[in-house]
Every structure is written in structure tokens, then in C-alpha cells.
Design a protein around this ligand. Structure first.
Ligand SMILES: Nc1ncnc2c1ncn2[C@@H]1O[C@H](COP(=O)(O)OP(=O)(O)OP(=O)(O)O)[C@@H](O)[C@H]1O
Ligand SMILES: [Mg+2]
Length: 314
């Protein structure tokens, strides 16, 4: 057991019949961080989250929240936890305010001052009935109920679904404030651009397997840059071969394009030995790295299948 962790899964595996939705996932989420949990549809994000929350029982493995066992200490954990499910179900005939009052009383009290501040920041009208809200406005009620007790651990399953960009921005600011007070956010998402803005670390899950866990800065270091150089005269591609971190050099007359990792300095040093007319560069989208993770995994799975190696689900 590690008390310094906000969330820990140890060999978490969940099977539905013969199908393994989550396969031996071990995650360690530190206190005070925003952890992005990324994966495509059906990857196992919600199944992992439900196991952490003890809404479903793992087939094998265990989950801990704030050092407490998610099964044995489920009640105690609830006191410190905020949760926004992916498929939020609320009572249609209650207003937003009545909903928050109801959920608040289940937890032994409501801080209306804080709720009013949250509602104002999200531009949420709490006087409407749940059945009358647009989906984005209903999601705001879900977010407010997740934040309203200032929980030490917040678990949010695809929270930005339906939120407009301004509200997303406010939500991201709020998350940052929340972790700056020592709390923790576990955030699932499909898109790296969302977690890129807020997360300190990201975990990638696909087909139930945790493929990688990286800090945001490690990921940025992996992002390749693209550079285009215009020279006064044609330059052979061989000039740029063998430079540290430089890949895929192509030349077309005086125009040279290349990809580079990390710093572009070694490349520029060589380039400026000749007359450079112009330089332009762009960073490759993190989405490309993300897709690369997935492609590798698909290829590995295809190769295993063609070898006749089927995942024995015993
Ligand atoms: N109760 C269940 N019974 C059978 N299969 C299930 C059940 N719940 C989930 N699964 C399967 O487990 C896999 C993982 O589902 P999960 O909901 O965890 O994915 P997800 O990563 O949250 O996907 P999404 O991005 O679409 O929400 C899917 O193939 C899903 O069909
Ligand atoms: Mg899901």
C-alpha cells in the first residue's frame, strides 16, 4: 500500500464472460496531479473507472483510493470523492438546484455559496428542470455536483462532452485550481488535445491494455518538428544525413524539408554553413503520436493473430 497515492490499481483485470475488457492494468496516480486517461471507444476507460469506484467488481486485482481499499472502505472513500459518470442520469422532474440540494444532503450538507460560485463560473441556470436542459447545460449540473464538496479525488469520465469552448476553458481553470490545493483529478477522454491543455501525465489504454504512461513534457519531447529550408542554391540531401535527431530529409532543388526530434539546433548549424533564404517550421500534432501508439498496437495484434497466437482467456 502506498499512502501517498491518490488512486492505485494493482493488476486490475475485468472480464465480461470470455471477453477481457481491462487486462492487468496497474496505474499509480499521485496526489495533486491531473491524470489524463486516453483511449478510443471500447478501450476500457469506463470499466477501469467503475472498478476504482467499486461500481463493478474486478475479476482479479485491486483498486485503492487515498490508500483505502475500494471494496472494504467504499463508504469512507465516498466522503473524499467526486465523480462525474459518462452517462449521467438525473431525476428529470427536479430543477438543477433541487438536484444539487438532494445530492448534497446525501453527503450531509450543501455549501450554497460555493455552488452559486460554480454555477456563475459555468454560466449555469439552476432554476430549470433537468428535463428542460440542453445536454451541455445538464452536463454543467453534473460538473457542479462533482466539484461541490471540494473532493480530494475527482474522477471524471469524459467531462467535456457537450460543453462549449468557453465553458471548457472555465472547467480547465477550475481543475487547475482544484489540484493546486493538493487535490487530484483523474480525467478520461478520447482526444489528446483536451488532456494536453490540462494534464500533468497521461495514460494510454487500448483494448484493455495500458500501453504507456507519460508526462506531458515527455510526450512533447517525442513530438517531431517539421522544418522547411530554402537555400540560394540546390543542396544535396546527403548534407543533412547523420545529423543528430534528423529524419526523413527530402530535397527538391533548393528546398529541403526534414523532420527533427527535440532541438532544431544541430540541423540549423549545418544548414547555415550555406546561404539560407528562408526557414519555416511546424510541430507535428500530438495527435500523430497518439495515433502512432494505436497503429503500433494494431499491427502487433494483427501479427499475433496471424501467428495463430490467440489470447488465452483462462
Ligand atoms: N456490462 C458489460 N457487459 C459486457 N461487456 C461490457 C460491459 N461493459 C463494458 N463492456 C465492454 O468492455 C469494453 C470496454 O468498455 P468501456 O465502457 O470500459 O470502454 P470505454 O473506453 O469507456 O469506451 P468509450 O470511449 O466508448 O466510453 C467494451 O468492449 C465494452 O463493450
Ligand atoms: Mg466510457
Amino acid at each position: 500500500m502506498n499512502d501517498s497515492l491518490a488512486i492505485e490499481t494493482i493488476g486490475l483485470t475485468k472480464k465480461f464472460g470470455n471477453f477481457t475488457a481491462v487486462d492487468d492494468v496497474s496505474l499509480q496516480i499521485q496526489r495533486g496531479e491531473i491524470f489524463g486517461f486516453l483511449g478510443p471507444n471500447g478501450a476500457g476507460k469506463s470499466t477501469t473507472i467503475k472498478s476504482i469506484l467499486d461500481l463493478i467488481r474486478p475479476t482479479t486485482g485491486e483498486c485503492r483510493v487515498l490508500g483505502l481499499d475500494s471494496r472494504a472502505d467504499a463508504v469512507e472513500i465516498r466522503r473524499h470523492l467526486g465523480f462525474l459518470p459518462a452517462d449521467l442520469a438525473l431525476y428529470p422532474s427536479l430543477t438543477g438546484k433541487q438536484t444539487l440540494a438532494y445530492l448534497g444532503h446525501l453527503r450531509g450538507g450543501v455549501d450554497w455559496k460555493w455552488i452559486d460560485q460554480l454555477a456563475e463560473r459555468f454560466d449555469a441556470d439552476l432554476s430549470k428542470k433537468i428535463s428542460e436542459y440542453s445536454s451541455g447545460n445538464r452536463q454543467k449540473v453534473g460538473l457542479i455536483q462533482a466539484f461541490m464538496h471540494k473532493p480530494q479525488v475527482l474522477i471524471l469520465d469524459e467531462p467535456i462532452t457537450g460543453l462549449d469552448p468557453l465553458v471548457q476553458l472555465e472547467f480547465h481553470t477550475l481543475m487547475r485550481e482544484h489540484v493546486s490545493q493538493g487535490n487530484t483529478v483523474f480525467l478520461s477522454s478520447h482526444t489528446i488535445s483536451e488532456v494536453e491543455r490540462v494534464a500533468d501525465r497521461v495514460g494510454f489504454i487500448r483494448r484493455g491494455h495500458l500501453i504507456a504512461v507519460e508526462t506531458m513534457s515527455e510526450l512533447h519531447d517525442k513530438a517531431l518538428g517539421r522544418i522547411t529550408l530554402e537555400f540560394a542554391e540546390p543542396v544535396p540531401a546527403s548534407v543533412f544525413e547523420g545529423i543528430e535527431g534528423v529524419h526523413e530529409v527530402t530535397t527538391e532543388g533548393p528546398t529541403v524539408t526534414a523532420q527533427y526530434e527535440g532541438s532544431m539546433a544541430p540541423l540549423l548549424k549545418v544548414a547555415t554553413e550555406r546561404e539560407v533564404v528562408s526557414v519555416s517550421s511546424a510541430s507535428v500534432d500530438l495527435d500523430e503520436i497518439f495515433l502512432e501508439f494505436y497503429r503500433d498496437e494494431v499491427q502487433a495484434a494483427d501479427a499475433a493473430a496471424s501467428d495463430g497466437g490467440e489470447g488465452a482467456a483462462a
